[in-house]
Design a protein. Structure first.
Length: 288
């Protein structure tokens, strides 16, 4: 239950509530989170397409730093988790690529050995701690609340990499239900939030987010629970820009990160959970 903690760039630069709530709740559940000294961006969004070798080097370097600590990695970011899995697979199959990566790592006296593993927070919560144990920590059951969940594409895609959940993801739902709330499926649950193409096609991205939020609103649900900082940003912060022909004008749908919801059920102060950083009207949830 001791991990090298890799929160990812987004939660450290924008989505502060994701990071604050993860630290508060995971440690209370008995996890020991150790910072990775000298860690950096995994490079997934910045270099994956423009400079694949740089991307592989950056991701491998973070794995090596955690390996040097003798620890597996725990990440709270879907894309970082995907990056670790993709690079691990690429380096195991391509000796030439590994040679290039090791050459770059040698400047710091490092070498990639693939001796540690990487785990997404959903895996650790659902598979290692378990929903029954999590329910034991609930002091304020979230009864009478009905949520849609947004697992995010890379919680279950691509299947070939052995992602944290399967093609019909239910782990996040089970974790929400462990807090006393109800989860309700909706048609757009498995659709992409559009985050990955925001820079190239803002209009289409906002339309994807719009469809999800309208579906949740029309379903009469209390909000959206997500586990991915990228999904969180699209659904939480973009609501002011997400308008369309729905007739709702400015959508007001509470969007909350799972560890924030977990913290509420554990009775943790809202400020410690970073709920003041949420842009959507999340107070509609925690004031009920």
């Amino acid at each position: 239950m001791k991990y090298a903690f890799y929160p990812g760039c987004l939660s450290q630069t924008e989505q502060f509530g994701c990071l604050l709530s993860a630290r508060e709740t995971l440690q209370r559940l008995g996890l020991e989170l150790v910072e990775i000294d000298g860690s950096s961006c995994c490079g997934y969004q910045s270099y994956r397409l423009s400079s694949p070798i740089t991307w592989n080097f950056l991701t491998a370097r973070n794995m090596v730093l955690a390996e040097r600590m003798g620890l597996d990695i725990l990440t709270i970011c879907n894309e970082c988790n995907l990056s670790f899995k993709q690079v691990r697979k690429a380096l195991s199959r391509d000796p030439e690529l590994k040679s290039h990566v090791d050459e770059a790592l040698s400047v710091e006296g490092l070498e990639y050995h693939a001796k540690n593993e990487t785990f997404h927070v959903v895996e650790v919560l659902h598979d290692n701690i378990g929903v029954e144990r999590i329910s034991d920590f609930v002091v304020k059951p979230l009864e009478n609340l009905r949520f849609a969940t947004q697992p995010g594409c890379h919680l279950f895609r691509p299947k070939a990499l052995g992602m944290p959940d399967d093609a019909e993801p239910r782990k996040l739902d089970a974790l929400v239900e462990a807090l006393g709330a109800e989860t309700v499926d909706y048609p757009e649950k498995l659709d992409c939030c559009g985050s990955s193409m925001y820079a190239s096609d803002e209009g289409s991205t906002l339309e994807l987010a719009h469809r999800k939020l309208v579906s949740v609103k029309e379903g009469g649900l209390d909000g959206v629970v997500t586990i991915c900082p990228h999904c969180f940003r699209m659904l939480d912060a973009s609501q002011g820009a997400v308008r369309g022909s729905s007739g709702y004008g400015r959508l007001r749908v509470p969007v909350i990160h799972y560890t924030q919801l977990l913290g509420l059920a554990m009775g943790i102060n809202t400020t410690k959970l970073g709920l003041q950083f949420n842009v959507s009207p999340v107070e509609l949830v925690y004031r009920l």
